[in-house]
Design a protein around this ligand. Sequence first.
Ligand code: PFF
Length: 448
Amino acid sequence: MRSHWTNRWAFIMATAGSAVGLGNIWKFPYMTGTNGGSAFVLVYLLCVALIGLPLMMTEIMLGRRAQRNPVDGMAHLATEAGGTRWWRGVGYMGIAAGILILSFYSVVAGWVLHYVLRAASGDFSGMTATQAKDQFSNFVANPLALLLWHSVFMFLTMFVVARGVTSGLERANKIMMPSLVVILLILLGYSLAVGDVGRSIEFMFRPDFSKITPAAILSAMGHSFFTLSLGMGAVMVYGSYLQRHASIARAAFYVVLADTAIALVAGITIFAIVFANQLEPAAGPGLLFQTLPIAFGRMPGGTVFATLFFVLVGFAAWTSSISLVEPAVSWLIENTALTRARAALLVGGLIWLIGIAVLLSFNEWSEVKLFGLNIFDLFDKLTTNILLPLGGLLMALFAVWVMHAAHAQEELALNDRHYRRWLFVTRFVAPSAIVLVFLNLIGWLPFI
Ligand code: PFF
């Protein structure tokens, strides 16, 4: 007997927990900063609405119908529809993507844990820009420190996963997600009081089309998959733990809304603090770790709010990381005699090992490059810009061209008008958008 979420709120909370993560609070602000602000935000919002929402519905639908892990789920659905079992490749690709993502995600989440302690010890107060930079560079130059925090984070992740669907994943999300929202609102209030919210909003929302480049479009699309956890079976496996009667469209809508709202609020809060202190929005991945501490260090109550901030980021990362391994763990326990705890240990151990290569790419192995990218950037780009959109594309094509329409319709339970809309977008709009962006990436369509 497979486990299921206790109710549909547990599912929504867990899927929102998966979606809201480093992608929202670390990646989205820094990508907005380096890609010129509002142009990037606009393309990202378009991708979320046009591709993200229908695909979220699709992935949940596939999971709930299959009632299996993503690999066997795809094989089962394909057989049911008279298609080839090769579709299970989509499941394997998802497992691989999850393992690769967590191996770099956990390293960054480890930085966050380290910064919780630094913030709480009042380290940031009165810090100059150079000090902030030096402290961050010294920290990432130290492989042992990174290893320690990467290990702590992997332990936390596997601990929850080992406890299972209801007493592990569900309980963790039920506690952490509401806390996250409360902390974020407190921080928003704080930035309204002491930050430059006007400039922040202008930076994020005042359209400047000259800044829309092909690279920015690809990043925005890739990011819409990453931030919504789409294309790798995480949402599919969560959907497979969902009971029959819950409405998929409504659940998908709430999750997408929560993820987008949290990214935007986090962005507004962070840039308001950055601008109020005349700092640089385009600091890149170091934005959270080099730029924000300077700002917190100058502000009233900075120690408390900085600590809260990094705790928030830590919670967000934790509820996402557990979903990154769930496809692999569920596949192992449904196909071998391994217990959940052992499967978690095995997958966690593998990711921990790969993570060591990632953390070395910040110091000892910084010169090791493939396609001009170090290991960290390579894993990030490969998964975000290629594996996730490709996985999403294949799932969309599968749902509308292979699966029986009656089955999809029965599972989605939409009225005719909404069903036709979903069908149209999943059949034509989402796949062609993804393919166009891919073609443009490999230089076939130098159209923008
Ligand atoms: N959505 C997470 C974030 O925004 O941080 C990252 C993620 C989790 C991506 C789970 C993919 C996934 F399957």
